[in-house]
Design a protein around this ligand. Structure first.
Ligand code: ZN
Length: 147
């Protein structure tokens, strides 16, 4: 699984993780695009049926009705497709911080945001050393947080 890591001190690794994040983001967008093209085809039968149903109408008026019906349905489908909720975890790494659990002063990690977990606006962010961070992460996973 890819992670987005933000760090205050290490620009090189920050850049690398941003590139990995971008690659992951691109894969998601390609999948969404293909699904969207498939979804677009689903409006074809609606158009065909309404044009047959309203065959005595002017073709433009019948198309307007067909697109209105399609819009009523596909607004909700498209809303789902373009939901910007990512499953990619966002991490923050900070050097020389005190681990919340064991007190060691070291490089600290904290999970900032992932599905069902949001600590973006945390006023007192808790950083943990690598070991304690792994323990915390396994506890979060038991609670259903995916990271
Ligand atoms: Zn620790």
């Amino acid at each position: 699984m890819y992670s987005l890591i933000i760090t205050y001190t290490d620009n090189f690794h920050s850049h690398l993780t941003l590139v990995r994040y971008q690659t992951c983001y691109n894969k998601i967008m390609v999948k969404r695009y293909l699904f969207y093209l498939f979804r677009w085809q689903l409006s074809t039968p609606i158009l065909a049926i309404v044009l047959l149903w309203l065959s005595n109408w002017h073709v433009t008026a019948a198309t307007v009705v067909a697109n209105l019906i399609g819009g009523l349905i596909f607004f909700w489908v498209d809303k789902y497709i373009f939901k910007v909720e990512y499953k990619i975890p966002l991490w923050e790494i900070k050097n020389n911080v005190k681990c919340t659990d064991c007190g060691a002063v070291t490089r600290g990690y904290r999970l900032v945001k992932t599905k069902k977990y949001d600590r973006l606006g945390d006023k007192k962010p808790e950083f943990r050393c690598e070991t304690c961070s792994e323990n915390k992460l396994s506890n979060l996973r038991k609670k259903g947080v995916r990271a």
